[in-house]
Design a protein around this ligand. Structure first.
Ligand code: UDP
Length: 246
């Protein structure tokens, strides 16, 4: 691994977004130096939620890495002269798992979130795809308070180096912020509904929709009950037009 890569920084509606052409390389160097990282995968819906939710905005501002996950965020930055590429969190998380399994000191990973059985299935799929991967444990995302306390002990005991949390926004961001002290050297990432996709329960939009900034159309088609949440998208577009200074 070469010299420490630096991240650039820009902002979207007053929230930070880190700029890099090699997020994965940066993460691997943090992993090798035992530098804890919270990765936030910023999209338009989350940026609009953060306007109403100060706790979420604070977590995003404190995260060591905020990646441009959504098309809206990318178009916003490009329209302000930043030539960035979209970096979907689901792809970065998967690339991190693949890469971590090839290191001299392979990392152990933990999956938390999703309905009972889902992240266990995702773990089994990953184990087949990436034989060198060390999955330290999995836990579904609907825990009683006793089970939650047990999970915290388990994490503290296992000290996984990569922790994927799929509880949806903003629950996962707030949960990571409150509990990352348990494994301070770990890379923590909120992965939303990614376990559902890795487990084969849901599918991602086809490439041609993703490449044309239209992944949201597919989500609306697959999960029409999301329409109310998706009103955040026109709201984001409007804010992007009127917002000056980043
Ligand atoms: N989820 C969970 N516990 C909860 C609420 C939600 O584990 O208390 C999981 C849910 O099963 C799903 C994910 O969180 O796998 C949320 O997915 P969604 O696509 O809604 O994520 P977002 O769009 O908020 O990133």
């Amino acid at each position: 691994m070469g010299a420490q890569k630096q991240l650039g920084i820009s902002s979207v509606l007053g929230l930070p977004v880190h700029l890099s052409d090699d997020y994965l390389g940066w993460l691997i160097s943090q992993l090798q130096q035992n530098q804890g990282v919270h990765i936030v995968t910023l999209n338009a819906e989350m940026a609009i939620q953060a306007e109403q939710n100060e706790a979420l905005a604070t977590v995003i501002r404190k995260a060591e890495l905020v990646i441009p996950d959504g098309a809206g965020v990318v178009l916003y930055l490009r329209s302000r002269g930043k030539p960035i590429q979209r970096c979907p969190g689901i792809e970065l998380a998967e690339a991190l798992l693949r890469q971590s399994a090839t290191l001299d000191r392979p990392s152990s990973v933990f999956f938390y979130g999703g309905a009972p059985g889902v992240c266990q299935t995702a773990a089994t799929q990953f184990q087949q795809k990436i034989p060198g991967l060390t999955i330290a444990g999995t836990q579904h995302g609907y825990l009683s308070s006793d089970e939650q306390a047990q999970l915290l002990q388990t994490l503290q005991h296992l000290q996984p180096q990569i922790i994927l949390v799929g509880l949806g926004v903003p629950r996962q961001e707030l949960w990571i912020m409150a509990h990352r002290y348990l494994c301070p050297d770990a890379i923590w990432i909120g992965v939303g509904g990614s376990f559902d996709i890795w487990a084969g329960i849901k599918t991602r939009a086809p490439g041609w929709l993703r490449n044309n900034h239209l992944e949201w159309v597919y989500r609306l088609y697959q999960e029409p009950w999301r329409w109310r949440r998706m009103l955040a998208l026109p709201k984001f577009a409007w804010r992007a037009l009127v917002h000056s200074g980043g």
